[in-house]
Design a binder for this molecule. Structure first.
Ligand code: DGJ
Length: 728
C-alpha cells in the first residue's frame, strides 16, 4: 500500500495489490483524474494524459490551452466552462455562482481521520491505513474542498469523503456537495443497481450505460426501498467470477444520488453523494461541511470478489460493538402471527410455544404501548399498555425469561400519530409546513429530529422503557417517506438543510442510545428494507430485509442484498403459508433453507403449531445453530441467479475452506428436464469433502468443476441444502 507524489509531473499514485488510482495537477491547477483500475507501475502522469480535442463550442479560459469541459476533473466545481454534472455548486451573497477549484496543497496522513457525527468505516486495533488529503481552493470565494482518500492495509476498498470549508469573509450557500467523482475514459460499461419497492427490495437491474445522464437516487428522506445507495459499473462481459467491476456504496441513510453521465467524447463521469434535490447548506465564514463517506471497490475478477470485499469490510469495520462477531439469537417475532391483535395470554401462549421450538429470543412487535390496537394511533406514547399485556412489561419479560428465552421489543421512535398524547401536547414536533395540510403515511407523521428537544424526548422515552425491564433486543422501525418538509425551528431560508439535519439528528440519537445499552442487539427496519444501508449498519448490526417473507420472493431480495451487505446484517424469517404478501405456498423445508442465508428466525403464531411441527422446528434450529457461525461469517458465493434462471443457489465457505454449506432452490416447475448439477465455488480443489447428510465423498475439484448431481424436482419450490466437510 503506498501513496506517492511525483513532484515533476505533480502526479499522485495511490496503489495497493488490488488497484492503482492516479491523478495529476496541470499547469493551471486543475486536478485531473487519470486512472482507477488494476495496479500499474507508473511514476509520471504523461502516459495517462489524454487531451480531448475541443471545437468552437467548448469555452476556454484566457491563458489556458484547452476547455475544462473536456478534462476529467477529479472534483468538478460548477458555473465554469465545465458544463457536465458537477460535484460542488456554491453561491454567495453577491450571486456569484462560480466554483472554480484549483489545487492548493496535499498531505499524507497515517491512519484514517474520524468523521464527526456520521457513520463511517473504522480501523480495528493493529489495522493500518493511509490517507491522502488533497485541498482544492476557489480563490475568489476562499472556499476549500479537502478531498480524503483512504487506502487500507487489509482491504481492497477505497474510502472517500470531502470537507468543504469557508475560509472567506462572506457566507456561501452549498447547493450541491457530493462526496466524490469518478471518471472513466470510455463508456464500455453496464450499470448495476438495486431498485425496488416495499416488499420487493434489492431488485437487481443490469442495463447498458446510455449516452445521457442516468441517476440512481432517493428523495424519500431515507435511503428507501426504491433505490439502495449502491451502484456498480461493470464491463459487458463481467460475470460473477471474471471481468472488471467498480462498486460504489454510500454510508448514508437519507437522500442520496449516484449520477452517471456519458459525455460527447464517450467518457463517463460519476458523481456520488447526497442528493442535490432538496439539499442546501449555509456555510458561514469559518464553518465547514462534511459529506458522507463513499466506499469504492474495484474488482478485476468479477462481482463475487467485489461483493466479498464489501461484505468483509462492512462486517469487520463498519458494524460495531458487542454483537458484531457474535452468533445472533434465533428469534420469534410476533408481527406476522398476530399483528396488533393480542392480549397478555396470547403473548404468553406464543412465548410458551416459542420456548418449545427452541428459540433464543421472543420479540413483541407493534401494539404493546399506548392505545395502539391499529396503525392509526399512539405512536410517540411509549408507555406499556398494561391492561393489554395482562400486567406490567417487566412481568411479561420475566415470564419469557422464566421460559428460558430473552426478550425483545419493537419501537418506532421517529414517528408521531395525530391521535396520540404526544401530538396533543406537542403538535409543533411533527414535520409540517405552516398553513398547509401534511400528508399522512400509514396514518402517521414524522417527528422533527432537527430539534434538540425532540431528540431529547426520543432518547428519554426509549431508554426509559429499556431501563424498566430486561430487554436485550430492539427492533427500530420507520414506516413512511417524508413529505411537506418543514420545521418550526429551522428558519425558512435554511429549510433546504432539513433532510441532512434530520439524519444527523437520528445518528446522534442512535449513538447515544446504543452507547448507553452496548449489550442490546439493535435491528434496523423501515417497513423491511426501506433503510437497509451502510449508515444504519454502523449503529445496528441487523436489518429486517423485507416485509415480504415469501421464500421465493426472498431469494431475489436476498440475492440482490448480497451484492453489498454481509449475511449477518440480513435478517430472514420463516413465516406461514399461504404467504400474506404473495399467497404462495412454499414447502416448510424450503422456507427454512432460504431463511438460513442470514440471521435466522420465525414470524408466525407458534401457539397454532402441532407437536409434530414444533419438533421439526426444534431440529431445524439445532441444525442452523450448528452452522450459524459459517452462515454469518463465511465467504458468500452467488451460484445461480433467480433473476435470470428458474432456480437460485448460494453457498458459504469457511475462510479455511474446511466446510461449506450450499443451497439450491427450484423456483419454477419445468417438465421433462434432466437432473441438473450444481457447481460449487471456493473449495480446496485437492481436498476430499464429505456431504454430511448422504455420507458421500467428493473431491473439491469435482464439486467445483463437474458439480454435484441435484435430485429431480419433487414438487413446486423444492430445495436442497448440502453441507460439505473436508476430511482431515
Ligand atoms: C413494519 C415492519 O417492517 C414490520 O415487520 C412490523 O414491525 C410492522 N412495521 C409493525 O407495525
Amino acid at each position: 500500500m503506498s501513496i506517492a507524489y511525483y513532484e515533476q509531473d505533480r502526479f499522485f499514485h495511490l496503489k495497493n495489490e488490488h488497484f492503482s488510482y492516479c491523478m495529476r495537477v496541470d499547469d493551471h491547477g486543475h486536478l485531473w483524474h487519470l486512472y482507477y483500475g488494476a495496479p500499474i507501475g507508473l511514476t509520471g502522469a504523461e502516459p495517462l494524459v489524454n487531451y480531448q480535442k475541443h471545437t468552437s463550442f467548448w469555452s476556454v479560459l484566457p491563458g489556458e490551452p484547452n476547455s475544462i469541459d473536456t478534462v476529467p476533473l477529479e472534483y468538478p466545481g460548477s458555473g465554469t466552462a465545465d458544463l457536465r454534472p458537477c460535484a460542488l455548486t456554491t453561491v454567495d451573497a453577491g450571486f456569484d455562482g462560480v466554483t472554480d477549484l484549483r489545487f492548493d496543497s496535499y498531505e499524507i496522513l497515517a491512519g484514517k481521520p474520524h468523521i464527526d457525527g456520521l457513520p463511517q468505516v473504522y480501523l480495528n486495533e493493529g489495522e493500518i491505513a493511509e490517507t491522502l488529503k488533497i485541498t482544492l481552493k476557489d480563490s475568489v470565494k476562499e472556499l476549500y474542498a479537502d478531498l480524503y482518500y483512504t487506502l487500507f492495509g487489509f482491504s481492497g476498498a477505497l474510502s472517500r469523503f470531502t470537507v468543504i470549508r469557508n475560509g472567506g469573509h462572506s457566507t456561501v450557500r452549498l447547493q450541491k456537495a457530493m462526496t466524490a467523482t469518478l471518471s472513466f475514459g470510455d463508456k464500455d460499461f453496464e450499470l448495476i443497481h438495486l431498485h425496488g419497492a416495499w416488499g420487493r427490495e434489492f431488485e437487481l437491474e443490469r442495463t447498458p450505460l446510455t449516452k445521457s445522464v442516468q441517476t440512481i437516487s432517493s428523495f424519500r428522506g431515507s435511503s428507501s426501498h426504491t433505490a439502495n445507495p449502491f451502484a456498480a459499473l461493470v464491463r459487458p462481459d463481467t460475470t460473477e467470477d471474471s471481468g472488471e467491476a467498480y462498486g460504489m456504496s454510500i454510508i448514508y441513510s437519507s437522500n442520496f444520488e449516484i449520477e452517471t453521465e456519458t459525455d460527447t467524447f464517450d467518457c463517463v463521469r460519476v458523481n456520488i453523494g447526497i442528493n442535490e434535490r432538496g439539499f442546501e447548506w449555509t456555510l458561514n465564514p469559518g464553518e465547514s461541511f462534511t459529506t458522507p463517506e463513499a466506499i469504492f471497490v474495484y474488482s478485476a475478477n468479477g462481482l463475487t470478489a467485489m461483493s466479498q470485499t464489501y461484505q468483509k469490510l462492512y462486517q469487520n469495520n463498519l458494524i460495531r460493538g458487542y454483537w458484531r462477531d457474535r452468533l445472533r439469537p434465533v428469534l420469534l417475532n410476533s408481527w406476522e402471527g398476530v399483528s396488533f391483535h393480542f392480549d397478555g395470554e396470547k403473548m404468553r401462549s406464543m412465548a410458551r410455544a416459542s420456548a418449545r421450538m427452541g428459540v433464543d429470543l421472543f420479540v413483541v412487535d407493534d401494539g404493546w404501548f399506548g392505545l395502539r390496537d391499529n396503525d392509526h394511533c399512539a405512536l410517540g406514547d411509549w408507555v406499556p399498555n398494561e391492561p393489554k399485556l395482562g400486567g406490567t412489561l417487566g412481568e411479561l419479560v420475566k415470564y419469557v425469561n422464566d421460559l428460558g428465552m430473552d426478550f425483545g421489543l419493537w419501537f418506532e421512535p421517529e414517528m408521531i400519530s395525530e391521535d396520540s398524547d404526544l401530538y396533543r401536547a406537542h403538535p409543533g414536533w411533527a414535520i409540517k409546513v405552516p398553513n398547509r395540510a401534511a400528508s399522512l403515511g400509514r396514518h402517521q407523521m414524522i417527528l422533527d429530529l432537527t430539534r434538540a428537544d425532540v431528540r431529547e424526548y426520543i432518547v428519554s422515552a426509549v431508554t426509559g422503557v429499556l431501563r424498566s425491564a430486561n430487554i436485550v433486543y430492539v427492533k427500530w422501525d420507520m414506516n413512511r417517506n417524508m413529505s411537506e418538509i418543514g420545521s418550526e425551528q429551522l428558519p425558512g431560508e435554511r429549510n433546504g438543510e432539513f433532510f441532512h439535519r434530520y439524519i444527523l439528528g437520528l445518528y446522534e440519537v442512535l449513538e447515544r442510545i446504543t452507547t448507553e445499552f452496548p449489550h442490546i442487539l439493535f435491528e434496523s427496519c423501515s417497513g423491511g428494507g426501506g433503510r437497509f444501508d451502510p449508515g444504519m449498519a454502523y449503529y445496528m448490526p441487523q436489518n429486517w430485509t423485507s416485509d415480504n417473507t415469501d421464500a421465493i420472493a426472498r431469494l431475489h431480495i436476498q440475492y440482490g442484498c448480497s451484492m453489498v451487505y454481509p449475511p449477518s446484517l440480513m435478517t430472514c424469517h420463516v413465516s406461514k403459508v399461504p404467504n400474506g404478501r404473495t399467497k404462495r405456498v412454499v414447502p416448510f423445508e424450503t422456507r427454512a433453507n432460504v431463511a438460513m442465508q442470514g440471521s435466522f428466525g420465525y414470524e408466525f403464531d407458534p401457539s397454532l403449531l402441532t407437536d409434530e411441527q414444533i419438533e421439526l422446528i426444534h431440529e431445524e434450529i439445532k441444525e442452523y445453530k450448528q452452522y450459524a457461525d459459517l452462515v454469518l461469517h463465511g465467504r458468500f458465493y452467488r451460484l445461480v441467479s433467480p433473476f435470470t434462471t428458474d432456480a437460485c443457489a448460494f453457498e458459504t465457505v469457511a475462510e479455511d475452506k474446511s466446510v461449506a454449506i450450499a443451497t439450491y432452490v427450484f423456483t419454477a416447475g419445468v417438465a421433462m428436464t434432466s437432473r441438473r448439477r450444481l457447481r460449487l465455488k471456493g473449495l480446496d480443489a485437492d481436498a476430499v469433502y464429505t456431504e454430511t447428510h448422504s455420507g458421500q465423498t467428493y473431491s473439491g475439484s469435482f464439486l467445483m468443476n463437474a458439480g454435484i448431481l441435484l435430485p429431480a424436482q419433487r414438487f413446486d419450490f423444492d430445495s436442497v441444502r448440502y453441507i460439505f466437510e473436508r476430511r482431515s
